[in-house]
Design a protein around this ligand. Structure first.
Ligand code: ADP
Ligand code: MG
Ligand code: ZN
Length: 443
């Protein structure tokens, strides 16, 4: 007998709002001193009352709209009760029966459609660190806005999972609602997996939930392992049961974390301290109008308008930055008789660093000819940043008061631009950049 996997995904994404979901604490907690972004609300102290973060709701609606969900004009927060040290209230405020966004779908590169069950708003928990036999707790993350996106069990292989997760990550970045960095834990995946005989329509009567997997690679490895494990078990006549498993990266296998008997009964009930969330149709419409062009729409448009291959269109729409770079190059290319497909080919083969290389430069290379003076402030700024990055010693000297060090940087910019940067402007731009406070503006 042949078996096929049935997989549903749950994706959690932390929103990059200024404040937390139900209090005014800063949600920007990464790398901050533990337990400094806290207040009675996110510490779960008795008598503290939550209030709803409007920006988080707007971001959740954006995600829902982009996924083609119906936005509920009336939704409700509920308490999901369980005991765990990272959850000071003893419950998480989440949504269950009346989520903000329902239905929806995402179309994969293969053309297959994954149905979205819902996207709802909730809050993150604190963070536990186990070290030298003690457990430390940091509540800075407690109450950070989280959106959970749940699919129908529509996946049948890992390629689909990878594509789906990448598409979601790309979407969050396009929408600007999250950095969606998996290593930092901005975005977390959980897979529900079962297997059934090919041809069977009903869902298997069990599912194994894979939890706490923090990279695309581990997720794929864990799912592949789990599919094999389940098929082998069924073939041996074993009965599989509902359970939660984790991924052991050293041993390259999944392991049991919690069985059905230990499953939580969350006793959901409406959060009595928050009102129903009522949204005006007008407001939903406004948010819809504010959405950027979505990556899959953009790539479709490039294919049609610029007459490039679809897989290439997907590549140059990976990020908004890349698509802007590409469009810029296409614009410049027009004046020089360079067509979009040549530009795409160049980008894919040469992989230019779009942070430092200028669109005009690649046109130049494609043409194999020299250009005139570079006088565009934006372009010069890029060159200046690169020169600063390449010459830390000169920067340090300049900051110590050595005016002459500026010449080193100007020289570097001239080299980077093959002698074409407008010197007068370069000096001004450099001086201004160097005045700015230390930080990632040079990165
Ligand atoms: P829970 O609250 O238990 O996590 P959810 O409704 O949030 O439940 O998520 C259930 C997930 O499991 C969904 O992604 C759904 O598609 C998936 N799922 C449900 N039944 C099965 C099954 N038999 N096999 C695999 N996945 C399933
Ligand atoms: Mg769930
Ligand atoms: Zn707080």
């Amino acid at each position: 007998m042949k078996y096929e996997p049935v997989i549903g995904l749950e994706v959690h994404v932390e929103l990059n709002t200024k404040s937390k979901m139900f209090c005014r604490c800063s949600a920007d907690y990464f790398g901050k001193e533990p337990n400094t972004h806290t207040c009675p609300v996110c510490l779960g102290l008795p008598g503290a009352l939550p209030y709803i973060n409007e920006q988080a709701i707007n971001d959740c609606i954006k995600i829902g709209l982009a996924l083609g969900c119906t936005i509920s004009e009336k939704s409700l927060f509920e308490r999901k009760n369980y005991f765990y040290p990272d959850l000071p209230k003893g419950y998480q405020i989440s949504q269950y029966r009346w989520p903000l966004c329902v239905g929806g779908k995402i179309t994969l590169d293969s053309g297959e459609v994954i149905r979205i069950n819902r996207a709802h708003q909730e809050e993150d928990t604190g963070k536990l660190t186990h070290k030298d036999g003690v457990t430390l707790i940091d509540f800075n993350r407690s109450g950070v806005p989280l959106v959970e996106i749940v699919t129908e069990p529509d996946f049948t292989n890992v390629e689909q999972i990878r594509d789906y997760a990448k598409k979601l990550q790309q979407l969050f970045r396009y929408l600007g609602v999250s950095n969606a960095d998996m290593e930092r834990g901005d975005m977390r995946l959980e897979a529900n997996i079962s297997v059934r005989p090919v041809g069977q329509k009903e869902l298997p009567p069990y599912r194994v939930e894979l939890k706490n997997i923090n990279s695309f690679r581990f997720m794929v490895a864990a799912v592949e392992y789990e599919i094999k494990r389940q098929i082998t078990a069924i073939e041996k006549g074993e009965k599989l049961s509902q359970e939660t498993r984790g991924w052991d990266e050293d041993k390259k296998c999944t392991y049991l974390q919690r069985s059905k008997e230990e499953a939580h009964d969350y006793r959901y009930f409406p959060e009595p301290d928050l009102p129903e969330l009522i949204l005006e149709h007008k407001k939903i419409q406004q948010i819809k109008n504010s959405l950027p062009e979505l990556p899959w729409i953009k790539s479709g448009r490039y294919k049609k308008e610029l007459n490039i291959r679809v897989e290439d269109a997907v590549r140059v729409t990976e990020s908004i930055g890349m698509s802007q770079f590409f469009e810029n190059a296409v614009e410049h290319g027009k004046d020089h008789g360079i067509n979009p497909q040549d530009i795409v080919n160049y980008i894919i083969n040469k992989k230019p660093d779009i942070e430092t290389v200028l669109p005009t430069q690649i046109i130049e290379e494609i043409k194999g000819k020299a250009i005139g003076v570079v006088g565009d402030v934006g372009e010069l700024k890029k060159l200046a940043k690169q020169a600063i990055k390449d010459n830390p010693k000169a920067v340090e000297d300049y900051k110590k008061g050595k005016e002459a060090a500026l010449q080193v940087l100007i020289g570097a910019i001239m080299r980077l631009s093959a002698g074409k940067a407008e010197v007068g402007k370069v000096k001004q731009i450099l001086a201004k950049l160097l005045l700015e406070k230390d930080g990632d503006q040079y990165a």
